[in-house]
Design a protein around this ligand. Structure first.
Ligand code: BGC
Length: 760
């Protein structure tokens, strides 16, 4: 503890020295003290000892990461043997991993093992739902288990480092990478970020089944202007600290070993050259002791961003800002030695970076166990246990958006009866094994034949006598949308008692470099839905997509809508389990669905404005052509049962700034089937020196309820969490009046209370 304190003091001293500088330091202005970790543990001592033996070239080698392409393999192998490469990404399979590792360990002078990284985002071969979907389960424990399975499969293939979790908060549905994050809320995002880190890194990082995690992309990447990929971000210090930094802080607190610096320009300073966020906040304020890897060539991109004059200048600024490892841009390899010799970069910054990288390698146990057991790779992937977990996670990720009755029938359209005689399944997405994998599906395509589709899932559920008719319909692009395909879909639907129409986006329409200006159902899918609906067939719409979509017509006219996102290997089995009622859906949205693109950005935690929309007069903050409200709010999701919320109690009407408020409410399952309700706790700070949102999620719980059962849910609300950041980056807790809700979603006001926060 004492040593930690000393180390923190050293960190802060160095940081305050760095803070005084506005430009990258020359050697003369470089910090006088080493920034490397103090010798706190046996690992730190080993790092120190190894560092002392290294030449400048070997040190810089540790700071370099390459992705071997076929053409560059021999060159890279040669450089590894000379100790000039510390890490590789995109090496596939235990055999190949061992081949590279053998060169590093046996041929390089100091035998330092390589760190092999890969984008294991939502599974290695067993593919789990895309993160945006997984997060709709609001189930950190299950999420951690899934991440650990991914870690086990990946490490069995020689990968000991994943570039995940992506913890970028995003309120921008045009941005394709929203699919890879936890949605719009920083508190929920923090809980899920920590869970993923725990899952990937396991109980012990040096266990061969654990892998180092990498929280990315630090920071602000989720707020690109106009939703265009890689675009500039511009935000206040308050927004940065309230919205975008918390999940990174949670990942750091959970012990994440690495972070990735982002592509975006942040308030005029690119994230991969941003000393304020990297050195001052991350390594200074938060005391992060792991290392920072750049995003793909993002250090070199400082040139295109107009922040560095040339590649050499980019290398200097990247290191100065706090990027320890250069992913693929070659600028550290090409220029750091020269810059050091010219005294344009401080050797101490190099030592600090290398010490951080070596520490992670020691933490992973790579010096003792650099190789992977090739005989176990196959046995450790896609085990029945992995597949069961993937099914459970997929089922919990599904969000039921609408479930109305059809005609005079008293019961809602879903769940469907397994005794139906004819079911039509429509849509190319219904029969696709690739699309359920979503973006970043790692090695999922190698075992694509194991992916269940909606069509195969439905076939496996219905009785033997039932007829499942299939028509691909119009597809997702205009190219495939012929009149004939549309007519055939309608004809097929007409022959059935119910039509399950699977519509949405293909897997490559979200993810990296997949921004859209319109987020409606692409192609002629809506036209097809309208035609089937007007033919009088009851329609269940199953959505597959990697972002919120605008579906105002469907929301009004289609009786049942199931949001299935991209659920991975078990997609079809999970969807069918929900459609036929084997599973009662419980997922809730982690991102707002707008009614139209004009509302974007739209999110629940808005400010009140001076003229809130009270529906009283024209001069209010609203549109003349659309309601302010979203199509579906954050936190929303239906079930096959109903939950009643009652008896909100607060254990006191006043809360001391040193205290904790107990908030309880009764939740009753008022229906005929068991279910799990995700109960949400929100607050509003009514008066503050920095205006606060009309609602802020503080906590949540998943509550299992048998039919007729009531449970009292209890939340502890510590006053220490009721503060906020000022523009000076200071966290303050101000006494004053607060509202509190225990609710089904961010728009539900059934249970509302209030209390006063008072000093001490
Ligand atoms: C992405 C990162 C990813 C990296 C390596 C980049 O283009 O932005 O998220 O980890 O590539 O594949």
């Amino acid at each position: 503890m004492k040593y930690r304190l000393i180390s923190a003091v050293v960190f802060f001293a160095v940081i305050s020295l760095l803070r005084a500088q506005d430009t990258p330091p020359t050697a003369a202005t470089a910090p006088p003290k080493p920034q490397g970790p103090a010798p706190l543990s046996p690992i730190d001592s080993k790092v120190r000892a190894l560092l002392a033996k290294m030449t400048l070239e070997e040190k810089i080698g540790q700071m370099i990461q390459y992705s071997p392409w076929k053409s560059s393999e021999d060159k890279i192998k040669g450089e590894i043997a000379q100790g000039k490469v510390g890490s590789l990404l995109n090496v596939f399979g235990a055999k190949e991993a061992n081949e590279y590792q053998k060169i590093a360990v046996e041929q390089s002078r100091l035998h330092i093992p390589l760190l092999l990284g890969l984008d294991v985002i939502h599974g290695y071969k067993t593919i789990f739902p895309i993160p945006l979907a997984e997060d709709c389960a609001w189930n950190p424990d299950l999420l951690a288990k899934c991440a650990h399975v991914a870690a086990q499969e990946a490490s069995a293939a020689g990968v000991r480092w994943t570039f995940a979790p992506m913890v970028d908060v995003s309120r921008e549905p045009r941005w394709g990478r929203i699919s890879e994050g936890s949605g719009e809320d920083p508190i929920l995002g923090s809980a899920l970020a920590a869970a993923r880190v725990r899952g990937f890194q396991g109980a012990r990082l040096d266990d061969p089944g654990s892998i180092a995690a990498c929280a990315k992309h630090f920071v602000g990447y989720g707020a690109p202007i106009a939703g265009r990929e890689y675009n500039t971000t511009d935000m206040s210090e308050v927004t940065l600290r309230e919205i975008h930094l918390p999940p990174f802080k949670a990942a750091v607190d959970a012990g994440v070993e690495t972070l990735m610096s982002a592509f975006n320009d942040l308030n005029g300073v690119p994230a991969s050259g941003n000393r304020h966020t990297l050195r001052e906040i991350l390594k200074g304020e938060w005391g992060f002791r792991g290392f920072v890897v750049s995003d793909w060539a993002s250090v070199q991109q400082l040139v295109a961003q107009g922040y560095a004059a040339d590649d050499k200048d980019a290398a200097r600024k990247g290191l100065w800002a706090g990027v320890d490892m250069d992913m693929q841009s070659h600028v550290y390899g090409d220029y750091l030695a020269e810059l050091a010799k010219e005294k344009k970069v401080s050797p101490r910054l190099i030592d600090d970076a290398v010490a951080r990288i070596l520490k992670v390698k020691y933490d992973l146990g790579l010096f003792d166990n650099p190789f992977t057991d090739e005989t176990k790779e196959a046995d450790l992937t896609m085990t029945p246990g992995d597949l069961d977990l993937a099914l459970q996670e997929a089922e919990q990720s599904i969000v039921l958006l609408k479930n109305d009755t059809v005609g005079a029938k008293p019961m809602p359209l879903l769940p469907l009866s397994k005794d139906l005689k004819t079911i039509a399944v429509i849509g190319t997405l219904a029969d696709s094994q690739k699309d359920p994998l979503g973006s970043w599906h790692c090695r999922g395509e190698d075992v694509m034949d194991k992916v269940s589709t909606v069509l195969s899932g439905i076939r496996s559920k219905v009785s033997k006598d039932a007829q499942v008719l299939y028509a691909p319909g119009v597809g997702t692009t205009l190219d495939t949308a012929t009149d004939k395909a549309l007519a055939q879909a309608v004809d097929t639907a007409k022959k059935a008692q119910v039509a399950v129409v699977v519509a949405g986006e293909t897997q490559d329409m979200s993810g990296e470099a997949a921004s859209r200006t319109s987020i409606d159902l692409p192609g002629r899918q809506e036209e097809m839905l309208k035609a089937i609906q007007s033919a009088g067939v009851p329609v269940v719409l199953v959505l597959m997509n990697g972002r919120p979509l605008t579906i105002p017509w469907e929301a009004e006219h289609i009786p049942a809508i199931v949001e299935s996102w991209f659920l991975g290997t078990q997609h079809g089995n999970a969807v069918a389990a929900v459609l036929f009622g084997d599973v009662n859906p419980c997922g809730k949205l982690v991102v707002t669905f707008p009614r139209n693109m004009g509302q974007v950005p739209i999110y629940y935690a808005q400010m009140n404005t001076g003229r809130p929309d009270l529906g009283k007069e024209k001069w209010e903050s609203k549109y003349i052509d659309s309601p302010n409200t979203p199509q579906y709010p954050f936190g929303f999701g239906l079930s096959y049962t109903q939950y009643d919320y009652s008896n909100l109690t607060l254990d006191s009407k006043t809360l001391k700034t040193s205290g904790t408020l107990k908030v309880t409410a009764d939740i009753k399952n008022n229906g005929l089937v068991a279910g799990t309700e995700i109960v949400q706790l929100y607050i509003r700070d009514r008066v503050a020196s920095v205006t606060q949102p009309i609602r802020k999620l503080m906590d949540f719980q998943r509550v299992d309820l048998a039919p007729g059962e009531t449970k009292t849910v209890e939340f502890a609300l510590p006053a220490s969490k009721l503060g906020f950041y000022t523009e000076q980056g200071k966290y303050v807790i101000e006494p004053g009046p607060f509202d509190v809700w225990v609710s089904k979603d961010s728009a539900d006001s059934t249970l509302q209370g209030s209390f006063e926060l008072v000093s001490k």
